[in-house]
Design a protein around this ligand. Structure first.
Ligand code: HSE
Length: 433
């Protein structure tokens, strides 16, 4: 593409779901102002959809629609392909074919980049094409651009994110309105926040996809997706969210990346966060990423992580970026010079504070035995909370621990949960400070 000769940039869109519709609408509604800002006119020349006859939220001239993505990959008048279909296959092949055909690509496909990022990035380099993927992480928040460019001189030691709007929406509703898990999930789906398969959201997989992409840029290292420890929010109960609140904590699904001497910690799990932590106040569908860089120090990125227009905003920022950077040469430094996949520490190497809720018989000696077992495994107790409960055979006993090893904790709980005085599997949540 040489937009100096041709002032019109041809766009091919694959997928016309929530985000695709947003991109279409923005390009229709903001074409003139975009042209004024960057001196280029964008024209959507083809849109590949699964079913042409489907009723849509947006009126699209029939002539633009095709059920065959190859049509737009073969079209020499299309300079940038925007892939919004999602899924690994055939999205991967479409993107590779787009590069081979000399097109630049913008994608929101986090699963693909998390699981096959190095192949896709290598293909972009091989064909000297640009790849924009701002929309793959945190919707409207320009976190990718910040990591690739704004913070390029920093050594990043930590990133901590609330990166799934659906889970944050559910946890906020559970905490503030005592609305149950399924009802909140249905609402998030109706609003277009959830993945096609919402198990990806609530099981933490979507967050792990985003963490893999962020960690790759932050730590400049190839990331093997399978090495990320992932736990979701499906088994969280309002009971624990309320106990946590009483103790001064919010419960959030966190994506955590930390550089340690021995390797990198990468994990996604629900965690207790002190109520005065900036991420505790990130509510509803909002996302936020807290980053620590050696020069910029602490940074907090906050905004809408999903939805039609926030995500369309990220897609369009990539499209404009591609047009602006064509002259900058083919090499995208943020994607090259990655270190090979390094050591990602197993979760059993983790040291953390813990929230434990035992369901214990309310009789003499039970608490003593729990404490003794924890002590035997080098786990020191920070506080103990028990509520009297009338007529109950068992009572919840909540223990907060000082920092302990995950391995020791697992061993201790194996012993404790086997005791006849303990009636349920103990709830374990990590405390992030
Ligand atoms: N399902 C995702 C979320 C959409 O809820 O955050 C944005 O990636």
């Amino acid at each position: 593409m040489n937009h100096k000769n041709s002032q019109t940039v041809g766009i091919g869109l694959i997928g016309l779901g929530t985000v695709g519709t947003g991109v279409y609408r923005v390009l229709q509604g903001h074409a003139a102002s975009l042209e004024k800002k960057i001196g280029v006119r964008f024209e959507i020349r083809k849109i590949a959809v699964k079913n042409i006859s489907k009723k849509r939220a947006v009126k699209v001239p029939r002539v633009l629609l095709t059920q065959n993505p190859q049509e737009l990959l073969d079209d020499p008048k299309i300079h940038i392909v925007i892939e919004l279909a999602g899924g690994i296959h055939p999205a991967k092949e479409w993107i590779e074919r787009a590069f081979a055909a000399g097109k630049h690509v913008v994608t929101a496909n986090k699963a693909l980049l998390a699981e096959h990022g190095s192949e896709i990035f290598k293909a972009a380099q091989r064909y000297e094409r640009r790849l924009g993927f701002e929309a793959s992480v945190c919707g409207g928040i320009p976190i990718i651009k910040s990591l690739r460019e704004g913070l390029v001189s920093n050594e990043i030691s930590q990133l901590l994110g609330i990166v799934n709007g659906t889970c944050n929406f559910i946890l906020t509703a559970m905490s503030e309105k005592s609305i149950d898990f399924l009802e909140s999930l249905a609402k998030a789906q109706k609003l277009g926040y959830a993945e096609k398969n919402p198990a990806f959201d609530v099981r933490g997989i979507d967050s792990a996809h985003k963490l893999a992409i962020l960690a790759r840029l932050a730590f400049r290292q190839e990331i093997s997706f399978e090495s990320i420890a992932v736990e979701g929010i499906e088994s969280l109960s309002i009971t624990d969210i309320e106990y946590a609140k009483e103790l001064g904590y919010a419960v959030k699904l966190l994506a955590i990346g930390k550089k340690q001497k021995e390797g990198i910690e990468l994990r996604v799990h629900p965690a207790l966060l002190p109520l005065d932590h900036p991420l505790s106040n990130v509510k509803g569908v909002y996302n936020a990423v807290f980053v620590h860089g050696d020069q910029a120090d602490d940074l907090l990125f906050y905004g809408r992580g999903a939805g039609m227009f926030p995500t369309a905003s990220a897609v369009l920022s990539d499209v404009v970026d591609i047009v602006k950077k064509i002259e900058a040469g083919p090499v995208d430094s943020a994607l090259s010079a990655m270190l090979p996949a390094g050591c990602i520490l197993p979760i059993t190497d983790l040291r953390s504070r813990y929230y434990l809720r035992f369901q214990a018989a309310d009789k003499p000696g039970v608490l003593g035995r729990i404490a003794q077992t924890l002590g035997k495994h080098h786990i020191s107790i920070l506080s103990v909370h028990q509520k009297e409960s009338e007529n109950a055979k068992s009572v919840p006993v909540v223990i907060l621990t000082y920092e302990a090893s995950e391995k020791d904790l697992r061993n201790a709980l194996r012993t404790i949960d086997a005791q006849k005085d303990i009636s349920e599997k103990t709830v374990v949540l990590r405390v992030q400070r």
